[in-house]
Structures are given as C-alpha cells and as structure tokens.
Ligand binder design. Structure first.
Ligand code: RB5
Length: 149
C-alpha cells in the first residue's frame, strides 16, 4: 500500500522510528511518502497535516498517518481538507474502529503518549482493517455532506 506520513517536531522521533519498519516485512512492506518534518526543530503541524490529507484525497496514496504530541491538532487540520477522514486513536481497538466504523483514511497518533510497540500495533490494524460499509457507510456519507454546506 502507498502510505503518506507526516509529523511535527513532537511526532518526529516516533515517525523516524517507524519508517524502516513500515517499509519492510514486519510493518507490511509499504511504499512510504514521508512529507516531513525532518528534525525536532519546532514546526507547525497544520503544514504536514495538509500535505498528507491532500496526498490521500487526491489519491496519490491510499492512506495517511500523522504524528503530533496529542494527535488532536493533526486531526483538526487534516479534516479541513475535503474527503479527509482523520481520526485520533489511542490503542489498537480505537484504531480498528476508526477504520471499520468511521472509514478513516488518516490515522493521527499521540506521539507523546505512545510507545513504539503500541504505535506499531495501531498502524498494523489501521492499514489492514477494511471499512464495514452498511450503516457506517450511510454515516460517513453524512460526514462528507457536512463539509459541502
Ligand atoms: C506541539 O508542542 C504540540 O502542540 C503539537 O504536537 C500537538 O500536540 C498539537 O495538537
């Protein structure tokens, strides 16, 4: 799968730790588009959220993963891009439900509150869990309709 990833300074270390894993067998051998940031120097998370969200909604990649301190700012910014369904998750169960029930196409991870193993488990289920459709499809359509108001 093609996956776009991005972080601000708070998410940089976790993103860096996950890059090779994502590209190799353990993490699923994905093709990764890393939009930055490239160090722990202070940055603004909306810049990276926008790039990842646009890569997803313009179908340059299938899914996105964003890292900031809490995941919250990244989700708020990414969800401004029409078609982005960015979800903050905090354990594998909520990452699974974000994909299955909410059709999330971007996972936003709270890097300051997660360990590497927990992040790996969440990414694995997020990238492999299919959307449930049915009643969930109806609800997601309503979310996207709100963006058109
Ligand atoms: C940066 O200090 C922090 O505010 C940011 O990473 C994020 O948590 C915002 O939602």
């Amino acid at each position: 799968m093609k996956v776009a990833i991005g972080s601000d300074h708070a998410g940089f270390q976790l993103k860096a730790q996950l890059l090779n894993w994502l590209r190799t067998a353990g993490g699923g051998k994905h093709q990764i588009l890393d939009v930055g940031t490239v160090s722990e120097e202070s940055t603004d998370y909306p810049d990276f959220a926008k790039e990842v969200a646009e890569a997803v909604t313009k179908k340059r990649v299938s899914k996105g993963i964003l890292f900031c301190g809490t995941g919250i700012g990244m989700a708020m910014a990414a969800n401004k891009v029409h078609g982005a369904l960015a979800a903050v998750a905090w354990n594998p169960e909520t990452a699974t439900l974000a994909a299955e029930h909410n059709g999330a196409n971007i996972l936003c991870l709270p890097a300051r509150f997660l360990g590497l193993k927990q992040a790996q488990a969440m990414i694995k289920v997020f990238l492999t869990t299919p959307f449930g459709g049915g009643r969930h499809g109806r609800r997601v359509k309503k979310i996207l309709a709100i963006e058109k108001c």
